[in-house]
Ligand binder design. Structure first.
Ligand code: FEO
Length: 392
């Protein structure tokens, strides 16, 4: 795509990556992504805000063909999907300097070999005048690396937020006009990238509260011309309060654990709880992450393999633990053939969560009446806990 004007002398450049299906060899991308860079042309100086992933350098460089000078390349974040094309831009514009904070400078020198003399470092809240366009740099640490920062273009009230408020969404829309789709993509992005840093997100939202923002321009996905909607969503997602939701990721080798999960889920629903059930052999792990944003309770269902939990259940437990779910309660259900340590091992996998472990339900072979009653008891315990928290 060609550069797209956001405001007079402010352009979206960068690349839409319609075909990418994995990010960081870790995160599935069902809807592709984009690497947004921005060109701000003042009366005296021109700044490029971020670049693009090296796989799409050609697209960015073609967009810059008519741009005679770039004085500054603002690097909000050292991760290569934004910084990876900086060396190419520096080669084309020998007078350009990289503007970033001291922490980011160290990382860019290590990651990309950019020499010391090409940098200008800035402090928190420092401003840079381009002539009629003034950038204020706002440090926003740990969303999601330690050096991350944003820029606020004062005259046009645009917040360039880098990864914060982003979404992995390839789209021809300049703004997040397809509201439901954009909200879903933004929540998925939050779940996968930002959720482990929830308390930092809260702090950074407070830092940004004093700015009048007309447009949020992130480095992935569409821009947001109704910033309060995105800010409010982030406040809710990052808050300490979970929803009335039980997430049940499970894996069943011979149908016994599945029968237990189905009975439990039916009972949970009858008790007035919201449930998301995920068969881990086919689940979209991104959707599981999204459910974990709101979950008050996580119940992991697992068959026993060689006395321990199934590897897919271990993965789900690891995921919930590493994403730092705000869930308050957890339990384990499952079946075994001759012996099991599944409960102990799953419990150990989620030791980083601040959850109360509720009485697990495990059975040898296919569940009988006693196990089904125990599952009903577990559902009632979860409902009681949710009621005590005022979630229902
Ligand atoms: Fe989009 Fe953390 O890079």
């Amino acid at each position: 795509m060609k550069p797209r004007m956001i405001r007079e002398d402010v352009y979206l450049v960068g690349a839409v990556d319609w075909d990418r299906r994995m990010f960081d060899a870790l995160v599935p991308l069902p809807d592709g992504t984009s690497y947004n860079a921005y060109l701000v042309q003042g009366l005296e100086r021109t700044a490029l805000l971020d670049t693009v992933d090296p796989s799409m350098s050609e697209t960015l460089m073609a967009q810059l063909d008519g741009v005679e000078r770039i004085d500054y390349i603002v690097a909000h974040h050292a991760e290569q999907d934004h910084s990876g094309s900086i060396p190419l831009v520096l080669s084309r514009y020998p007078g350009a300097r990289v503007v970033c904070n001291p922490k980011c400078k160290g990382m860019l020198m290590e990651l990309l070999g950019i020499p010391d003399e090409r940098f200008v470092t800035v402090e928190d809240r420092e401003t840079l005048s381009l002539g009629g366009k003034t950038l204020e740099f706002i440090f926003t640490p740990w969303v999601h690396w330690p050096e991350t920062m944003a820029s606020y273009l004062k005259e046009d009230r645009i917040l360039f937020s880098c990864d914060l408020f982003g979404s992995h969404l390839a789209t021809s829309d300049l703004y997040s006009t397809e509201r439901a789709r954009a909200e879903e993509a933004a929540k998925r992005y939050y779940a996968e990238i930002m959720m482990p840093f929830r308390t930092f997100v809260q702090r950074n939202l407070e830092r940004l509260a004093g700015y009048e923002i007309d447009v949020i321009a992130p480095s992935h996905g569409p821009l947001h011309d109704k910033p309060s909607l995105m800010m409010d969503s982030y406040r809710e997602w990052a808050s300490d309060r979970p929803g009335n939701l039980v997430v049940v990721p499970y894996v069943s080798m011979h149908g016994s654990t599945r029968r237990m999960v189905e009975h439990l889920v039916g009972e949970l629903v009858s008790n007035g709880l919201g449930v998301r059930q995920f068969d881990l052999t086919v689940a979209d792990i991104g959707k599981l992450a999204v459910a974990l944003v709101d979950a008050a309770t996580i119940v992991i269902g697992t068959s026993t393999v060689h006395v321990g939990p199934h590897p897919l259940a271990v993965y789900a437990a690891y995921l919930a633990n590493s994403l730092k779910s705000k869930a308050r309660f957890a339990s384990v259900v499952g079946s075994y053939g001759w012996g099991t340590k599944a409960v102990e091992q799953i419990t150990s996998q989620i030791s980083g969560l601040k959850v109360e472990m509720l009485e697990p339900v495990v059975c040898r072979g296919f569940p009988g009446e006693a196990e089904l009653r125990a599952l009903e008891g577990l559902a009632e315990s979860i409902a009681q806990r949710h009621r005590q928290l005022g979630l229902m």
